[in-house]
Design a protein around this ligand. Structure first.
Ligand SMILES: *Cc1c(COP(=O)(O)O)cnc(C)c1O
Length: 349
């Protein structure tokens, strides 16, 4: 069979080992709260025998109102990861370059490869932040897209608003910049970039948001992007038709209807995150400040060994061998176990 070499070389996706019943699965930055009753009711009300509204107009109208744009400047996707692939496919021909920070979201290299583009990863600074000057310097004639992740998954660091605007001023005006803000609702640092304030200011900027984290709809696949109509239209052209289900569309509307309650849960997670961070520092960990719903333990060469110890003790994090372990801040009940296990390990490091 003749397949693309770079696709054959990819590891086929295998779901992480299922956590044993008494372990805490803190590996996917999921929302730990049970779904809102209104979301469950919306799901029950849907009609699986019908195709969904192809462009999710009702959801786009709600989001457009919130961001002060036209509904045509919003696209809803089957997860924001899907929109990201659509944007890479819309902008990159084979051999064109996608610039992103590294380490960052695992999907970036994967989606770049799928699209046939060439990845240009730019190392984070020693304090685990985007190095925007180096990213700007990495832009060439072949660059077609730049991905900026704030807060950065998995390190939790944000890009500062002034830093980001300085970056936007130096990049070519015809170069697509995607600001991936999957964790926007968890940000409390007022100096951090906030994409919703930049919409309309830069015709080459697309802001990416998701219902997976703060809104607890990871399993339904629901994300969106806002940007200049030409860019959003291009993303629409590369979308798999009808991939955003009616169930997901109804659930998004219900989540928006009950947003205050959902954002109160986010506040709760933020308090928990800050407490976990403080206690980790008191234990002796050197960790970057996180503005997401997770913390980053830079365990370096000992990552695999440490992750195995965590797992044995009932804490399933996401290990990135050679770099570190990302641990989600989730259900309250996981925190005492997490702090105990992580505290035992730091003494041996
Ligand atoms: C979780 C996450 C997403 C969201 O993915 P969905 O496809 O919307 O579930 C996007 N970007 C980053 C950096 C993430 O961590």
């Amino acid at each position: 069979m003749r397949l693309r070499d770079e696709i054959v070389a990819l590891p086929a996706y295998r779901q992480g080992r299922q956590a044993s019943a008494d372990a805490f699965k803190l590996s996917s930055n999921e929302n730990p709260f049970p779904a809102h009753p209104a979301v469950m009711a919306a799901i029950a009300d849907s009609s699986p025998n019908r195709y969904p509204d192809a462009t999710a107009l009702a959801v786009r109208e709600r989001l457009a109102e919130r961001h002060g744009v036209d509904p045509d400047e919003v696209i809803v996707g089957a997860g924001s990861v899907s929109i990201l692939l659509q944007l890479i496919q819309a902008s990159c021909a084979p051999g064109d370059e996608a610039v992103y920070a590294w380490r960052s979201f695992e999907a970036y290299p994967l989606l770049t490869t799928i699209a046939g583009a060439t990845a240009v990863p730019v190392p984070l600074t020693p304090d685990f932040r985007h190095d925007l000057a180096a990213m700007a310097a990495a832009i060439t004639e072949r660059t077609r897209i730049v991905l900026v992740c704030s807060p950065n998954n998995p390190t939790g660091t944000t890009v500062a608003a002034d830093e980001f605007e300085a970056f936007m001023r130096v990049v070519p005006k015809n170069l697509l910049v995607v600001l991936d803000e999957a964790y926007a609702e968890f940000v409390r640092d007022r100096t951090a970039v906030n994409g919703s304030e930049l919409i309309g200011r830069y015709p080459n900027l697309v802001v990416l948001r998701t219902f997976s984290k703060a809104y607890g709809l990871a399993g339904l696949r629901a994300g969106y992007a806002v940007g200049h109509r030409a860019l959003i239209d291009a993303a629409r052209s590369t979308q798999i038709p009808l991939s955003v289900t009616e169930v997901a569309q109804r659930a998004m509307l219900a989540a928006l209807d009950h947003e205050d309650e959902l954002l109160a849960q986010v506040d709760e997670l933020v308090v928990l995150r800050d407490r976990v961070e403080t206690e980790l520092r008191e234990q002796g960990w050197t960790i970057p400040p996180s503005e997401g719903n997770f913390v980053w333990l830079p365990t370096g060469d000992r990552t695999t060994e440490v992750a195995e110890r965590f797992e044995k003790a009932g804490i399933i994090g996401r290990a990135f061998p050679g770099d570190g372990i990302r641990i989600s801040v989730a259900e309250h009940a996981s925190v005492p176990t997490l702090l105990r296990v992580v505290g035992e390990v730091v003494r041996d490091l």
